[in-house]
Design a protein around this ligand. Structure first.
Ligand code: GDP
Ligand code: MG
Length: 332
């Protein structure tokens, strides 16, 4: 039985549950999640290691979560769509994930168009079936999708309730070519801890603020010093206007404290050390429309630049890809 491996892109409209699926399949929280659309802004890689089973060989699935497919109206939105296209490039399989509680609409066509251009084989994953009482209601929806594209498999799941995921993994492995393991057993993502920390802070902003603030904010880690027991992180939350800054800081600093405390506990869990987290808030009018600023948010690009600056001699931490935290380091 051959070892099978390959790259699998998760594609779909905003809020379909792509990031929830990535986390559920990998078994670790790699991508942040919120009820607000456009939570994910970068492509996020998650590795699933499949052990050899009776009669079946092992495998490695490299999943790539992507921002939701939408028509962009800012530099940030355009960059998000570039991330989607880059994730689709050269992948072996595409998981088109759709919210099964919603009827097909013209915006789904846009996602299917991207899929067709890649020519890759695809599965249709109908998510959120936990919200559907009568499963027979799924049949007409499946017909509609099948009429639009020749999907290899159609799999109803609940990413949230972790239903149908074994079938998804089984079918993915079967569809992948024989190939090597691309990553060592203990590696589950290529995301640096530094970027994951920024994302966790952004998730707390998404969960604790409303209106335009979730869309008008971004987080950049200014410094990251990892020690054996204590990590020190300083980060800046960028928003677009003074009023938003006021809300993010809150009365007597209450809001910033709430965001910081919740983020600190989560980051401590992923790092496996104590954390000293310092947060700043800054208004940067129109950053979403600044190509230069948006490019600076790209950690892949940041790493390239830092490598150039340091002449390949990185001595600051936080650039290492995420591994499973050491046993016993997880605090509740
Ligand atoms: P993404 O934008 O496609 O990455 O979607 P997210 O993974 O961020 O999820 C968007 C929202 O849908 C969040 O509130 C999730 O909790 C919710 N969600 C995701 N999967 C399921 C599911 O299987 N069932 C239900 N009921 N909600 C889900
Ligand atoms: Mg997402």
């Amino acid at each position: 039985m051959p070892f099978r491996s390959g790259f699998v892109c998760i594609l779909g409209r905003p809020n379909a549950g792509k990031s929830t699926l990535l986390n559920a399949l990998v078994g670790e929280k790699l991508a942040i999640i919120s009820p607000k659309p456009q939570t994910t802004r970068n492509r996020i890689q998650g590795v699933v290691h499949i052990a050899k089973r009776s009669g079946k060989g092992g495998g490695q699935i490299v999943l790539i979560d992507t921002p939701g497919v939408h028509k962009p109206d800012s530099s940030l939105g355009r960059k998000m769509m570039v991330e989607v296209r880059e994730a689709l490039e050269g992948c072996d399989l595409v998981l088109v994930i759709m919210d099964a509680t919603r009827k097909l609409d013209p915006r789904d066509e846009f996602a299917l168009d991207l899929l067709r251009r890649t020519g890759a084989k695809a599965f249709l994953i109908l998510n959120k079936v936990d919200l559907i009482r009568e499963k027979s209601k799924l049949l007409p929806l499946i017909e509609d999708y099948r009429a639009l594209h020749d999907f290899r498999e159609v799999i109803p799941i609940s990413a949230l309730k972790r239903k149908g995921l074994d079938t998804v993994l089984e079918k993915i492995v079967e569809a992948l070519p024989a190939g090597p393991a691309y990553f060592p057993e203990d590696q589950i993502t290529d995301q640096p801890a530094r970027f994951m920390a920024a994302e966790i802070i952004r998730e707390q902003i998404l969960l604790n603020t409303s209106e335009e603030i979730p869309y008008a904010t971004t987080v950049l880690v200014d410094s990251f010093e990892e020690g054996e027991r204590l990590t020190r992180i300083a980060a800046t939350i960028y928003c677009e206007r003074g009023g938003q800054k006021g809300i993010l800081v809150g009365k007597g600093g209450q809001m910033l404290k709430k965001i910081g405390t919740a983020a600190r506990m989560q980051i401590e869990r992923t790092l496996g050390t104590k954390l000293f987290l310092e947060l700043f808030v800054k208004a940067e009018p129109g950053w979403r429309d600044s190509r230069r600023f948006v490019e600076e948010l790209d950690w892949r690009r940041q790493i390239e630049q830092r490598m150039l600056e340091l002449g390949n001699q990185g001595n600051e931490d936080g650039g290492k890809p995420g591994r499973r935290p050491p046993q016993g380091s997880t605090r509740g």
